[in-house]
Ligand binder design. Sequence first.
Ligand SMILES: [Zn+2]
Length: 315
Amino acid sequence: MIIDSHVHLFYENSDSRSWFIASASTAIASMNKASGLKGNAEELYDQLAPELFDKTGDKLVAAMDSSGIDRAILLPIDVRLLTDEPAAFDPDFPSIEQKNRTYVEAMKRHKGRLFTLCGVDPRRKGAADLFRKGVQEWGMLGLKLHPTAGYYPHDPACYPMYEAAREMSVPVIIHSGSEPAPLRSMYSQPKYIDAVAADFPEVTFVIAHCGHGWYKEAVDLASMKPNLSCDFSGWQVEYLNNPDYFFEALRFALDFLGPWRVMFGTDGPAYTFFMNNRDWIEAIRNHASPSGITFSKEEIEIFLGGAAMRLYGWD
Ligand SMILES: [Zn+2]
């Protein structure tokens, strides 16, 4: 069983154009790092958007079929309090509740393949109510927070969300790691999740992306708090830049946390432009590490699916 524990749906107005454009310029800088040439981010975005956009999850499920992914966990992103002005005041612009509904529709449409968490900025009025409704009435599996919109995970505004997660016995996934403008990376350092994990020992918190460049900090914190897990979604670029950077980080996480708290993810659809999911899974299964870092077959199988199965109570 292969489970993509971290994937998104992007579509017209799902997120702000400014963030999409900034993400495109980050991608250009990465692709052009040898030449240092600046490309046109707007042009790249306009060219890729039709391929990227997938409101129903149909493209995602087709991509899962062709890469052997059985189930995927959708994570709605809410960074609009930071990014949307003035679009947020446009009555035609979908509300965060509508966005979450769109994710639920995709889950219903692809029953048994797609599952979704609730994504809402805790500073919004009624955030905890939306989260409760999402889980209790719509069948969402947990909460996704994206603190890069301008709040720390230990901000008092977040606490009613964690109370709700505890009451409903569902996990909370917290973005961790650097992000393109206009998002603020400083809020997403793993250390800010530590106090929250201490205050809610019954809630499982997943440090998304294992903190990317802060992976040692993420693993170090998780080694002290058994209610912290991590996912290695969105590590395709690190792998492509230097395979052993990824293998070392994964080995480090597995050595300290064991396989059951370390999950695979794609962070699609954006990362599929760098590497398709079939190749990403193959790279992990084959783990051709230049310096000879190894993984057992069992570790890889738990990483690819078993750990997420257990987190969501499917095993
Ligand atoms: Zn993501």
